[in-house]
Ligand binder design. Structure first.
Ligand code: 6PG
Length: 239
């Protein structure tokens, strides 16, 4: 589907239901990771949190690839420890880092640094140490048009979505985001070898259609990805 003027093309992958999407997305991601391992001996994957990815995580955890060569990290994290109910690390532990994928190396964004900014610096060093660009990055989207932790009215939204941002991870706070967040920045996301957006439901489809129209990126920050991607964004959707 061609996006409007000034935007990167997007490829739509629509499925009858979430179960079929989860299996297809798991195979696509596993194939991309296996290709990276064959080429470089290792692979890197960044996943989003929230409620949508659970079924996909379960399907991915059962994919038969050489997980010992895979480093998994997060697109963003709430500034809470891994045992907190809102932790994306905890979500990954419960649904992804199990079965065959238990052998993967997980690289958390959270650390108990003195403050959010210092935690972001620690996380950035971890991300930079993975070897960039990421092989696979999987985004979600909120009904307010945020992705990663690029929230409307975010305290550092301009820097986080700057295509030339010098940082790999920054701290951000925003109304509706809850705790302070740590988020990969736009360059780290759009440079990924395979960039995916996983959304489900009619409401999010409508939000995406609106985001694909002209309009300010700070009102719907997912637009920064739609406009900044250097390769087609692969959109996976089910009702
Ligand atoms: C997070 C995610 C966030 C998520 C969207 C959609 O930490 O919450 O990284 O960007 O992808 O908020 O969340 P749902 O899947 O719960 O709708």
């Amino acid at each position: 589907m061609k996006a409007t003027e000034g935007q990167s093309p997007v490829n739509r992958h629509d499925f009858a239901n979430g179960a079929e999407l989860a299996e297809a997305l798991a195979r696509t991601v596993a194939d991309a990771l296996a290709t990276a391992i064959a080429a470089r001996g290792q692979a890197t994957l960044a996943v989003s949190g929230g409620s949508t990815p659970k079924r996909f995580f379960e399907a991915l955890s059962q994919q038969p690839i050489d997980w010992e060569q895979v480093a998994i990290t997060l697109i963003d994290e709430r500034l809470v420890p891994a045992d907190h109910e809102r932790s994306n690390h905890r979500l990954a532990n419960e649904h992804l880092l199990k079965d065959l994928a238990a052998k993967a190396r997980f690289v958390p964004l959270y650390s108990d640094a003195a403050d959010a900014e210092q935690a972001a610096d620690v996380a950035a060093a971890r991300i930079d140490g993975l070897g960039l660009p990421l092989d696979v990055a999987i985004l979600g989207m909120g009904t307010d048009g945020h992705t990663a932790s690029f929230f409307p009215h975010g305290s550092t939204l301009d820097l986080a979505t700057d295509p030339a941002c010098p940082h790999s991870v920054i701290a951000i706070e925003a109304p509706g985001a809850g705790e302070p967040r740590l988020t990969l920045t736009l360059p780290r996301i759009v440079e990924a070898g395979l960039l995916l957006l996983h959304i489900e439901g009619a409401e999010k489809q409508a939000v995406l259609e609106k985001a694909l129209e002209q309009g300010p990126a700070d009102e719907m920050p997912v637009r920064a990805v739609l406009r900044g991607a250097s390769k087609p964004l692969e959109i996976y959707w089910a009702p």
